[in-house]
Design a binder for this molecule. Structure first.
Ligand code: AMP
Length: 297
């Protein structure tokens, strides 16, 4: 495996591989790799000839008071993991390389970027869409691998791919969880043991939603009833504070009054000083595993 720091080198490698007819897979990450990331890498390894993992803590997707300066980072460990997984290239440019002086162009996916996660973190998806488009242009992947864990991100990136006629196929992988249901996340490293125990409330709230939709069988389920039940789970946890709770159309992010179609049920919760997000995709007829491949709208 080779570590690539410079854009022009990554471009040359990708151009040459494309020329030889190789299928390129890109796994964009911010590093501090865990089994959630590695699931994406394994899917990429299965589907592609050449696997590129990017590790870039993207400054433009962090707000002024967020955790950019203390975001966990260990490139040596990440590189070791990538070697073990048979990754071909680890692309980890500097912030200056990606955003040189004079940088002025940003991608805005209107509407989808401003609600829920985007409302809590203004400018976040503008930063995400911009860096993802840059990575697509540098690596020119045939396939790009994203986790359902960041459900709204998937919706934003999918919209951008369609709207800008990008020639890349999005592969969405299911959320990987610890045994007690907590979604794996680089930010879980911030949690104290008490907070780690409290953090299961996100999954418990989502499970409550799943149960309620299941109980309805084929019939539509009242979204307010689901919201109330989820709130109850979060509020019963003293270390948790709900940021937002969203029950929306899984593609348009339009709020639903009744779950009568495939719905994204998403939430963000503060556990002490750490903000965690999670989601599931539910539908009235049968309840699905979140984000399993082939189940995307
Ligand atoms: P991040 O490094 O947090 O920006 O995540 C990089 C990619 O890994 C994104 O597509 C995430 O959705 C995905 N990812 C993060 N955590 C998980 C998880 N627990 N399960 C599946 N995918 C994940």
């Amino acid at each position: 495996m080779e570590l690539i720091r410079r854009i022009h080198l990554m471009r040359e490698i990708a151009r040459e591989a494309r020329g030889r007819g190789k299928k390129i897979g890109l796994v964009p990450t911010m590093g501090a790799l865990h089994d959630g990331h590695l699931y994406l890498v394994r899917r990429a390894r299965e589907l592609c000839d050449l696997v590129v993992v990017s590790v870039f803590v993207n400054p433009t997707q962090f707000g002024a008071n967020e955790d950019f300066d203390r975001y966990p980072s260990d490139l040596t460990r990440d590189a070791d993991l990538c070697v073990q997984e048979g990754v071909d290239y680890l692309f980890s440019p500097s912030a200056e390389e990606m955003y040189p002086p004079g940088f002025r162009t940003y991608v805005e996916v209107e509407g989808l970027s401003q609600v829920f996660e985007g409302a809590s973190r203004p400018g976040h998806f503008r930063g995400v869409a911009t860096v993802v488009l840059k990575l697509f242009n540098i690596v020119r992947p045939h396939f790009s691998f994203f986790g359902q864990k960041d459900g709204q991100q998937v919706i934003v990136v999918r919209r951008m791919i369609r709207d800008l006629n990008l020639e890349v196929e999005l592969v969405v992988c299911p959320t990987q969880r610890d045994a007690d249901g907590l979604a794996l996340s680089s930010r879980n490293a911030y949690l104290s043991p008490e907070e780690r125990a409290a953090a299961t409330c996100l999954y418990r709230a989502l499970e409550r939603a799943r149960e309620l939709v299941e109980e309805q069988g084929d019939g539509p389920c009242d979204a307010r009833k689901i919201e109330a039940a989820m709130r109850e789970v979060i509020e019963s946890e003293p270390l948790a504070r709900l940021d937002y709770l969203a029950i929306t159309d899984a593609e348009t992010l339009e709020r639903l009054d009744v779950v009568d179609r495939q719905a994204l049920v998403a939430l963000a919760v503060w556990i002490g000083e750490t903000r965690l997000i999670d989601n599931v995709i539910l539908s009235p007829k049968k309840t699905r595993q979140p984000g399993a491949e082939g189940e995307q709208p």
